[in-house]
Design a protein around this ligand. Structure first.
Ligand code: F6P
Length: 546
């Protein structure tokens, strides 16, 4: 194993560490007082998104040092390697080309000498034909009825992307279609998703990159039984009611889905980066091909911004560096993502997989353990709901929680003064978090002495604000690509592989071992630890009880 020079020994890193000691106690109140123009200066724009990063605990010197770090670790070369189709996913020896999914039809991206862009557009065209036929009612089920219900069965990237984007773009969805998403192997998920549906009008989309994921295949098998039970048991119905989205044609066929009803993608698309691929079929059916293409256009605009904009005005680069500043120098462990838009209610859940599965790594590309913090815990939920739940801790707790606030200047559902109120809350929160309220200010309000300490807000809580005009398909694409590339920037600096996910394997293997132990008629010989053995015995003894 080659042990590379640690990131923490880079002169740029050391300079940042020294700078951190010098400025860590500086307050945003003072930074703004000294430089009132920073609210307009520390901003950047790209692909229709406006980023205000002035409410961060940074000076011009901090930014200069962070940008120097990005240069020193070779971010430009690594970015070019990704866009150029090089196998930067080194453990799996694969290219990382989600950017090819949104390349223009006449684009060229070579993977081992093959231009993959024509393949991408061939699949998109096939998706368009299919989506049109479902939306227009010409795709009919076994009994001749048009499809009214679309159920996506998938998990992880084969679920979170489609469901997040469907929720985000629901405003644009064809409302006579019911979309449902089943992911959990808990039978409740499928049972609740199908209980009020007519099998004759239901299409199942089985989404799985590998087509070996146990949760998805278990749900798909049960869905097939449900369908056949409802349609009189004729196996031929499967061809009219099941399609597959996968890279694995052999397994799709083995499952019994006609390869003609399979929409393909390739192994250079990671699961958590896959919803602009065939994995987005349910979304395309819901919002239509034109809107889907608009969304790809938004992704592309951010890809181009990431590739072309100078680092100091480059949104993913700036956001990536700010995350490193807090995680590695201030010791912040989490990032809250707080969208002030109800349609983005699954956005943080989606980002959890994107960020945590990508950068939740403990060794460098060479296999050497890191001696610095890597990916943050990502969490959050829509705007004002969070304010009445967990914001207390962000304002007055003992933990430093950097947060991204997302908002839109125009609402899709104008209703009285709702939108102004919503946005007033967003602006108020970032102001309160940055500037807080001093003891003197609290006293000046005539607060009783025994409450003063409790009503002080220390402030100096850092936030980014991302504003866009309107939540359109293009805006969503740009927003997702922004976070994808932010994750890339951070993974590059940490020198880790953001594109594998070995950390999910051990649990899968153990579940495969435990599953027959639960199914066995006779008490199995258990060779786990004392706790696991006892839990399995208790479950076996009690599952039939009550
Ligand atoms: O959780 C591990 C994982 O491999 C994710 O990376 C992936 O998105 C998910 O499982 C589902 O995998 P598949 O699409 O192959 O069913």
């Amino acid at each position: 194993m080659t042990v590379t020079a640690s990131l923490t020994r880079h002169p740029e890193w050391r300079a940042l560490a020294a700078h951190h000691v010098a400025i860590k106690d500086r307050h945003l109140r003072d930074l703004f007082a000294e430089d009132p123009g920073r609210g307009e200066r520390l901003t950047a724009e790209g692909a229709g998104l406006y980023l205000d990063y002035s409410k961060h605990r940074v000076t011009d010197e901090t930014l200069r040092l962070l940008l120097a770090l990005a240069e020193a670790v070779g971010l430009k070369a690594r970015r070019e390697a990704m866009f150029g189709g090089e196998p930067i996913n080194s453990t799996e020896r694969r290219a990382v080309l989600h950017v090819a999914l949104r390349a223009p039809r006449d684009g060229t991206i070579l993977v081992e000498g093959e231009n993959v862009v024509p393949f991408v557009h061939q699949v998109l065209d096939k998706m368009v034909d299919f989506a049109e036929s479902v939306r227009g009612g010409s795709w009919t089920g076994q009994t001749g009825k048009p499809v009214r219900n679309v159920v996506n069965i998938g998990i992880g990237g084969s679920d979170l992307g489609p469901v997040m984007a469907y929720e985000a773009l629901r405003f644009y969805a064809q409302r006579n279609l019911t979309l449902r998403f089943v992911s959990n192997v808990d039978g409740t998920d499928l049972a609740e998703a199908t209980r009020d549906l007519d099998p004759a009008e239901t299409l199942f989309i089985v989404a799985s990159k590998t087509f070996t994921t146990i949760e998805t295949l278990t749900n798909a098998r049960s869905a097939r039984e449900w369908l056949l039970a409802g349609l009189g048991g004729d196996e031929a119905a499967v061809a009219k009611h099941f399609v597959a989205l996968s890279t694995n044609a052999a397994e799709v066929q083995k499952f019994g889905i006609d390869p003609a009803n399979m929409f393909e993608f390739r192994d250079w698309v990671g699961g958590r980066y896959s919803y602009p691929s065939a994995i987005g079929l349910s979304l395309m059916i819901a919002i239509g091909p034109d809107r889907f293409r608009e969304m790809l256009g938004g992704f592309r605009a951010m890809d181009e911004h990431f590739r072309d904009a100078p680092f100091e005005r480059n949104l993913p680069v700036l956001m990536g560096l700010l995350g490193i500043w807090y995680g590695d120098f201030f010791g912040a462990e989490t990032l809250a993502v707080l969208p002030y838009d109800q349609y983005l209610n699954r956005f943080s859940a989606y980002l959890q997989q994107l960020d945590m599965e990508s950068n939740g790594k403990r060794v460098t590309l060479d296999g050497a353990p890191v001696d610095y913090q890597t990916g943050p815990i990502v969490w959050g939920q829509p705007g004002t709901n969070g304010q009445h739940a967990f914001y207390q801790l962000i304002h007055q707790g003992t933990k430093l929680i950097p947060a991204d606030f997302l908002g839109f200047c125009q609402t899709l559902n104008p209703l009285g003064d709702h939108h102004d109120l919503l946005m007033a809350n967003l602006f108020a929160q970032t102001e309160a978090l940055a500037f807080g309220k001093t003891e003197a200010e609290v006293r000046a309000e005539g607060v009783p002495e025994h409450q003063v300490a409790h009503r002080v807000f220390p402030g100096n809580r850092p936030t980014s604000t991302i504003l866009a005009d309107r939540l359109t398909p293009a805006t969503l694409g740009a927003l997702v690509a922004l976070y994808e590339h932010k994750v890339f920037v951070q993974g590059t600096i940490w020198n880790i592989n953001s594109f594998d996910q070995w950390g999910v394997e051990l649990g899968k293997a153990l579940a495969n071992r435990i599953s027959p132990e639960l199914a066995a008629d006779a008490d199995p010989d258990l060779a786990h630890d004392g706790s696991t053995n006892a839990l399995i015995r208790r479950y076996r003894a009690r599952r039939g009880a009550g």
